[in-house]
Design a protein around this ligand. Structure first.
Ligand SMILES: C[S@@+](CC[C@H](N)C(=O)[O-])C[C@H]1O[C@@H](n2cnc3c(N)ncnc32)[C@H](O)[C@@H]1O
Length: 211
């Protein structure tokens, strides 16, 4: 009999933002697959497999095979699986393998985007929301950047390079930019500045930009 495949959002990183249903789903799974950082959030898990960026596709393919053999498998996705998360590649692999998407149970998580919006009192239903993660065509942002709305973006490259790109495309150097780095972690760092200053500052890859 076919097992079940769960895709579970684990939130922005801190245990406090894990949902009860995420914890229960992992506890009830035969196998949980995720990054070491995501797996470490769960005290009660059974068998587990660590993946990294390089072997992600292989591990996702293997998880479908395990489900076909009757295992209940959970794949962990940072933030929410549907926002630059595991949902997109797993849907592609499911199509390729003829695996029915109705066998996939998606458990939402709190996205870094949501936490960035909350920390900065932004109604995100009124914002431009855009992710450049894993994409290189950052020029798309130019369609939105001056439409009068706040833009919340996951950068594709270094934050300073995104800022420089906007400067090179005539966005006002004094435009306010907020960089939300390592949200929910003890080292969380939120910097409110302007485009010119941000283009000269260093951040880690784990940032949400508000422009
Ligand atoms: C593969 S995407 C995953 C996004 C995730 N699905 C979400 O909903 O937040 C990874 C990117 O999300 C952003 N991100 C994830 N967690 C974050 C955090 N705790 N603080 C700031 N940015 C974060 C960073 O831009 C990072 O490079």
């Amino acid at each position: 009999m076919m097992g079940k495949l769960n895709i579970v959002g684990v939130g922005p990183g801190s245990k406090e933002y894990l949902t009860q249903i995420a914890v229960e789903t992992v506890k009830n799974s035969d196998i949980t697959i995720g990054s070491q950082r995501a797996l470490d959030l769960f005290e009660n898990k059974n068998e587990y497999i660590v993946f990294n960026v390089k072997d992600l596709t292989k591990k996702l393919e293997e998880s479908i095979e395990m489900v076909k053999k009757g295992k209940n498998v959970t794949i962990l996705s940072t933030g929410d699986p549907g926002f630059s998360g595991v949902l997109k590649p797993i849907k592609r692999i499911s199509r390729e393998k003829g695996f029915n998407i109705d066998n996939i149970n998606v458990v939402p998580g709190i996205s870094s985007l949501q936490l960035a919006a909350a920390k900065n009192h932004i109604n995100w239903d009124e914002a431009n929301i855009i992710t450049f993660h894993g994409r290189e065509n950052i020029e798309d942002i130019l369609q939105y950047i001056n439409n009068g709305k706040t833009t919340i973006a996951l950068p594709s490259r270094k934050v300073k390079d995104m800022a420089q790109f906007l400067l090179d495309n005539d966005v006002n150097p004094n435009r306010e930019v907020i960089v939300c780095e390592r949200l929910s972690y003890p080292e969380e760092h939120i910097v409110k500045s302007n485009l010119k200053e941000i283009a000269n500052s260093e951040f880690t890859y784990m940032c949400v930009m508000i422009i």
